[in-house]
Write a protein that binds this ligand. Structure first.
Ligand SMILES: [Zn+2]
Length: 123
């Protein structure tokens, strides 16, 4: 139990590049895009501030968190804006080793996805 949590707990973002928490381990002040929308807010151009990782059906699942204090009132993005954001996020999720687009950011310390990286992280 604690091993799984520890594996996904990286509040400084040293392993994954952004602060990473286990499910329900995220601090207050962060919200998913869906939670923001429920409050009539949108990320407002900010980058993903943190992510939550958990082991679920089909492997590691991810949810992206945004800072509530940087969120803005809802407004429709143009398709071009959405495409640009999607490309940037996808690049950070693409494993350079197997070219698979993962649901989570590629850990900076590994340089490849969790499937390609040796287990244990001793490298
Ligand atoms: Zn890979």
């Amino acid at each position: 139990m604690s091993r799984i949590r520890a594996a996904f707990y990286d509040p400084e973002g040293t392993r994954y590049g952004i602060p990473t928490y286990w499910w329900r381990g995220a601090p207050a002040g962060y919200a998913t895009r869906r939670q923001l929308r429920a409050r009539g807010l949108r990320p407002g151009g900010q980058e993903v501030a943190a992510q939550v990782l958990w082991r679920g059906v089909g492997g590691v699942r991810a949810a992206y968190l945004y800072r509530v204090d940087l969120a803005r009132p809802k407004r429709m993005a143009t398709p071009a804006q959405r495409a640009a954001i999607g490309c940037a996020l996808r690049a950070r999720r693409t494993c350079p080793t197997c070219q698979v687009v993962q649901p989570y950011y590629i850990p900076r310390s590994h340089g490849e996805c969790l499937d390609c990286a040796p287990t244990g992280g001793a490298r």
